[in-house]
Design a binder for this molecule. Structure first.
Ligand code: NAI
Length: 346
């Protein structure tokens, strides 16, 4: 079904429409085995409704694996809103989306993803309590992107040490695809650690700012994946590692924020055959969900959240040990590991 692995089986998928606001959204609950399905909401222009459905199904399944590997007491879900054509009333659109979230009565909890903001989440609070990622006066909360970036950063540090034999990131060359909310914070962390950056974004302004601020070398969007670097960090959109791009990749380590980086499982195998270590996206980019999950449970405190995100480095280490024992690829081993945790919590 829609290019999903055979074992994909979603508990519930809701198509929500509201003609008054132009809302057309898909809310996909993949698994509630570990708890309510938690995952962000994407606002995006899709070429077709089928493409939107495919995205929601793939992303929600990824959230189940991500939340399980991060040991969160949540299942996996995700929502996509098909961006209305032309101008639209944004607060009204998100209020309608919030009512759809509320209609699931807590089976799904939403937060930010590509195309949605803290203001969108705050606006929804009037119609649903099943929302997180909201800045709060005197309390922990808000934009998860810096936490996601920190998780990617510690994963790169661990991978550089264990795979490349580099004890520090000083002088390590990193190619960054995408300088958005996560990519920019990641660039800051990497620059501070002494890494040498090569960057690309479809927004030339962001590239110019990275050149000025971090001394980054600019690359074209077409060339960034094949840059002559040690580490590749895909931080734009999904399926960037595919039949066309994999043969040209020169980095020996891949770790980035983008969800669903592998177009297919076979692309993970191809990377392994080329001697490239791919750290699975959902292990590496869990910092954001760790942040909004703690916020949602009222357990947010900056230092504690950062410490929990920091554990991603330990998981990278454990994954690489498991890979050695299993004589398999990191992507396949992580999938099995995560699926073994997709069980009802006592
Ligand atoms: P964003 O929309 O702020 O940034 C994406 C950036 O990529 C933009 O600057 C865009 O211009 C650029 N871009 C798009 N296509 C490109 C291409 N072909 N080549 C180079 N640059 C391109 O999104 P954000 O929040 O930074 O997320 C990035 C990725 O990380 C997404 O896949 C998202 O699902 C994933 N992610 C984000 C989390 C978060 O906390 N924001 C958490 C977990 C995953």
């Amino acid at each position: 079904l829609f290019g999903l692995p055979e074992q994909a089986a979603h508990e519930r998928v809701l198509l929500a429409t509201d003609p008054a606001t132009g809302l057309k959204a898909i809310l996909a609950v993949h698994s509630t085995a570990r708890g309510p399905a938690f995952g962000g909401c994407r606002l995006w222009h899709y070429d077709s409704e089928l493409a939107a459905l495919n995205d929601a199904l793939r992303l929600s399944q990824g959230m189940s694996l991500k939340n399980a590997l991060a040991d969160l007491p949540f299942g996996g879900g995700k929502a996509v809103i098909l961006k209305p054509e032309g101008s639209f009333d944004r607060p009204a659109l998100f209020a309608a989306f919030g009512r759809a979230v509320q209609s699931l009565q807590g089976a799904y909890i939403t937060a930010e993803d590509v195309g949605t903001t803290t203001a969108d989440m705050r606006g929804m609070q009037a119609v649903t309590s099943y929302v997180s990622g909201i800045p709060r006066e005197g309390a922990f909360g808000g934009d998860p992107s810096p936490k996601t970036a920190w998780g990617v950063f510690v994963a790169i540090q661990a991978g550089a040490r264990l795979v490349l034999g580099r004890p520090s990131l000083d002088g390590v060359r990193v190619a960054l695809q995408g300088l958005g909310a996560v990519g920019w914070h990641l660039a800051e962390f990497l620059h501070k650690a002494g890494a040498r950056l090569v960057v690309a974004d479809v927004d030339a302004g962001k590239v110019e700012r990275a050149v000025a601020q971090f001394g980054a070398a600019p690359a074209s969007v077409a060339d960034i994946l094949a840059a002559d670097v040690d580490v590749l960090a895909p931080c734009a959109l999904g399926a960037s590692l595919n039949e066309q791009t994999v043969p040209a990749i020169r980095a020996k380590l891949i770790a980035g924020a983008a969800n669903n980086q592998l177009a297919t499982a076979a692309d993970g195998d191809a990377l392994q055959r080329r001697g490239i270590c791919y750290l699975p996206d959902y292990l590496v980019n869990a910092g954001g969900i760790i942040s909004v999950a703690r916020e949602y449970r009222g357990e947010g405190e900056e230092a504690a959240v950062m410490a929990e995100v920091g554990k991603i480095a330990e998981r990278v280490e454990e994954l690489l040990q498991r890979v050695q024992k299993a004589d398999s690829t990191p992507a396949r081993v992580a999938d099995d590991w995560a699926r073994s945790k997709l069980v009802r919590q006592g």
